[in-house]
Design a protein around this ligand. Structure first.
Ligand code: PGA
Length: 253
């Protein structure tokens, strides 16, 4: 049985005070939620990470980061290392998000280096992959995803691969309010599981967590999260309001 993972990606939102308030509200709401079979994760901006690490100490909320550099330390102005994240109790790191690929020129080669580094420090990567609207319209989405998986998993052993979470995020569904259809989601997530199976065998693919991300909200969460190969959600906009995020966590099983 795969445990569900509901992850909130706050992106470049919330100062320290707003972050603390949001997580406080969430802690209260979680008291009445049934989360025995799931993990709830928040990924605040770096400036709030330290404060949030204290705020969640006696709660079930897990801490994630939105990015990291692959080096441990040194002259890399403006970067954050896996060691620094580990030190704050960060358990997951989002890597290869389409916004990083688009605005910061992150290539699969860089994403691959970051995955290898995060695994070395015991931080679970949430690897984001997804096709653009043009690629889908051209009917190339499966090939695009396959290629991303092949490159992003390069030089990663079976023992390491089991710790990688994959988030399928069609770029056209991110922040647009235009969620992929159930069929598109399930088709792609099962395709991804198969691709992992081809690389590492069914022992790994059966336990790999595959999330869906892109315009998930309180209204559509139940449908998305009940798809056979969907093990959770990576939530952007709807994770910024505790009342909306809790609806996703409380989806009908
Ligand atoms: P969204 O973002 O939920 O706002 O569409 C998802 C993501 O980028 O992870």
């Amino acid at each position: 049985m795969r445990r569900k993972l509901i992850a909130g990606n706050w992106k470049m939102n919330n100062d320290v005070e707003e972050s603390i308030n949001l997580v406080k509200e969430l802690k209260l709401l979680l008291k009445d939620a049934d989360i025995d079979d799931m993990d709830v994760l928040v990924c605040p901006p770096f400036t709030s990470t330290y404060a949030i690490s204290h705020e969640i100490k006696s709660s079930s909320i897990k801490l994630g980061a939105q990015n990291m550099f692959f080096e441990e330390k040194g002259a890399y102005t403006g970067e954050i290392s896996p060691l620094m994240l580990k030190n704050l109790g960060v358990e997951y790191v989002i890597l290869g998000h389409s916004e990083r690929r688009k605005y910061f020129n992150e290539t699969d080669d860089i994403v691959n280096k970051k995955i290898i580094s995060s695994l070395k420090y015991g931080i679970k990567p949430i690897l984001c992959i997804g096709e653009s609207l043009t690629q889908r319209e051209l009917g190339t989405e499966l090939a695009v995803i396959k290629k991303q998986i092949k490159k992003d998993f390069e030089n990663i052993t079976k023992e390491e691969a089991i710790n990688i979470v994959i988030a399928y995020e069609p770029i056209w569904a991110i922040g647009t309010g235009k969620i992929a259809s159930n069929e598109q989601i399930e088709t792609m997530c099962s395709f991804i599981r198969n691709a992992v199976k081809e690389l590492y065998g069914s022992e790994v693919s059966d336990s790999t967590l595959i999330l869906y991300g892109g315009s998930v909200n309180g209204e559509n969460a139940t449908e998305v999260l009940n798809q056979k190969n969907v093990d959770g959600a990576l939530v952007g906009g709807a994770s910024l309001k505790s009342a909306e995020f809790i609806k996703i966590i409380n989806y009908v099983k």
